[in-house]
Design a protein around this ligand. Sequence first.
Ligand code: FAQ
Length: 315
Amino acid sequence: MTSTAPSPAELEERFDATIAADQRIEPRDWMPEAYRRSLIRQIAQHAHSEIIGMQPEGNWLLRAPSLRRRAILLAKVQDEAGHGMYLYAAAETLGVDREELTEKLIDSKQKYSSIFNYPTLSWADIGVIGWLVDGAAIANQVPLCRCSYGPYARAMIRICKEESFHQRQGYESLLALTAGTEAQKRMVQESVDRWWWPSLMMFGPADGDSPNTHQSMAWGIKRHTNDELRQRFVDMTVPQAAVLGVTLPDPDLRWNDERQAHDFGEPDWSEFTAVVSGAGPANRQRLDHRRRAHENGAWVREAAQAYAEKQGARA
Ligand code: FAQ
């Protein structure tokens, strides 16, 4: 019996049929080169965000106000490292190497989320990051659990469970602060004022300015547009702000009965562009720190490599 290899047209047909049937593409499957490249782009950016995202919160590990708060924060920061690892592993199934991705990050050839280029100036920022930044991450990432690429979708299921704990710890910490002194309440409000707009920018540019959304949705990588998810986040967050007794710093924010959704103002897209292009308040510091950590870790990678080679030779 002879078997002939499928033609490029047949391979493409199979890929299209898998996407149309809402089934998963796996690493062994043929995929268009542009699909592979776009996934590497998004997953790498996501992984880098988790790794760089440890820095703003890590800044408060030694200054947490109690042992309990420090233990919670430490667990959260370690979770973010774990998320980075799952995501780099998912990217590696697409034929890239983690080392290569790390080099691209520290050479500014790949992006990471704009949100991590803002400094953490007060303890309230830690609670607000949990509430708003992890809240936005959940709104953005829950649909990614249904992404058409199997390894990314599976990584996202575990990540979202942990993000949910992160969001709750942040909110619980803010509930404690807002039940506290006037100074503590003011500290929370001041922090919300600084983080609200950058949190909205996490969803990416407005749909009309998002070059990747259309194709990513056609491929089942993204399930909703940037603006749809931003709206979902605002609608979810407004009642939570009311419970905390804080004001979201947007004079245009109001319930629209007709749309059954909140109207809200436009983020400052020139700030977004500047931060994504490297001119945010902490871009330089974040990348310098990551570069240093990579250099300081060279001996660990060399030792692990030597050990693996020794084990391989024995086997
Ligand atoms: N920051 O055409 P689109 C977290 C780029 S993890 C920087 O709309 P797309 C957990 C975009 O890459 C947060 N760059 O792109 C945590 C593209 O540039 P490129 C990270 C941004 O891919 C919490 C260009 O702009 N989450 O928070 C941003 O369709 C606490 C045009 O944009 C993810 O990565 C931005 N905000 O949609 C950790 C989720 N937005 O690549 C620690 C997965 C856009 O063409 C502590 N990613 N850009 O050069 C996604 O869902 C999507 O990639 C979007 C962007 C929605 C981020």
